[in-house]
Design a protein. Structure first.
Length: 341
């Protein structure tokens, strides 16, 4: 299959393809999505095929507004969903609600619930509007790879497997939406994202539970290894400069060709490729996935990330993505955690 890149001022071919049951990659404010008509099982099957995605991992359905959420919902709108949607839509927030039959079981991973998000990106909105249907769209990467934040990333992963990629420049957020399961009470944070836990709790005026910490429940997709470039990722999760320097020097002996993503002061510790990021969670969030892909191009023997974990705002999401991407995490206690799955 030939893959064509369409510019943002030429959406009509993308729209026609979606109407005809094809898949099209398009930009959203979080990451690029691989979209298809969410009401068309055959079309959505192509998403799973192109990504190599396991069938038990459901897709997020993209709509324009709360009215369109009501169209796919069964029963009363959960209060938590109503509040969150009023506050954060359109934007990087996905809610899980009990589903009616509008969205096929295949899209929902054979679950009684459905994940719904209203993107703010103008191209994503124009597509949903013009197609006149909700669009199912997971991140437009091959399963297990870092989510794409540029058309070139989608091209790298899915060239020859999908007909169209719409180029809308860089995704401003850089990592995926916050997912809140509103089908249970209290609601459950299934995937941390740009909107932080503290913000969710203040809008809801009550607790939001966290899987692992508070409950066994998980988003099906979160059990798979994720977000990984080809080189192994090693995360230095430490505070003291002295410890960081020691860790870097040791790693350099083990991986002489390692690449580094860190603040400027650590550049002197590597000979290989270096990507400068600020020490803030916001900046790492914005650069993490594109940085993985960029550094990976030089075929380093490891990609090392220096960032001290915190759970404020988008910090929780960055820690979550790094934990899933890394093969090894070095913490200040000197404990080395090997991730095996
Ligand atoms: O920002 C985003 O959310 C991007 C853009 C394209 O909108 N999409 C995205 O989709 O990240 P994806 O497929 O990469 O991640 C969807 C996650 C998976 O972990 C999946 O298991 C979970 O949402 N999910 C979907 N439906 C669910 C449901 N009914 N119950 C629980 N988890 C669900
Ligand atoms: Mg994904």
């Amino acid at each position: 299959m030939i893959t064509e890149i369409l510019s943002a001022d030429n959406l009509s071919r993308g729209i026609d393809a979606l109407k005809n049951g094809e898949v099209v990659a398009f930009p959203t404010e979080t990451v690029y999505g691989l979209g298809a008509d969410a009401t068309n099982s055959e079309a959505c099957k192509k998403i799973f095929e192109a990504k190599g995605r396991p069938a038990d991992n459901p897709l997020i359905v993209h709509v324009l507004d709360i009215k369109e959420l009501e169209n796919v919902l069964t029963g009363q709108m959960p209060k938590s969903a109503q509040r969150l949607v009023e506050k954060f839509w359109p934007g990087p927030l996905t809610v899980i609600v009990p589903s009616n039959d509008t969205i096929p079981l295949l899209v929902r991973g054979f679950m009684p619930t459905v994940a719904v998000r209203s993107p703010s990106h103008p191209i994503a909105r124009e597509l949903i509007q013009a197609v006149g249907r909700p669009l199912a769209a997971p991140s437009a990467n091959r399963s297990g790879r870092p989510s794409p934040t540029r058309a070139a990333d989608v091209w790298q992963d899915l060239r020859g497997r999908i007909p169209y990629i719409i180029d809308g420049g860089n995704s401003p957020v850089g990592l995926e939406s916050t997912i809140v399961d509103c089908s249970v009470d209290p609601p459950l944070l299934l995937r941390p994202g740009f909107i932080g836990l503290q913000t969710l709790e203040s809008v809801l005026g009550g607790r939001v539970l966290r899987p692992g910490a508070d409950a066994p429940h998980k988003a099906p997709g979160m059990k798979y290894r994720h977000y990984a470039p080809r080189a192994p990722v090693i995360w230095i999760n430490m505070k003291e400069d002295y410890h960081i320097e020691q860790a870097l020097l040791q790693l350099k002996e083990e991986f002489p060709g390692m690449a580094l993503m860190a603040s400027r002061q650590w550049q002197r510790c590597v000979a290989g490729p270096f990507l400068q990021v600020e020490d803030t969670a916001q900046d790492i969030a914005h650069n993490l996935f594109s940085g993985f892909r960029e550094l990976d191009q030089a075929k380093p023997d490891a990609i090392v990330v220096v960032w001290e974990e915190n759970d404020q705002g988008v910090g929780l999401a960055v820690a979550n993505r790094l934990e899933k991407a890394c093969t090894k995490q070095l913490t200040w206690e000197g404990c080395v955690r090997q991730v095996t799955d």
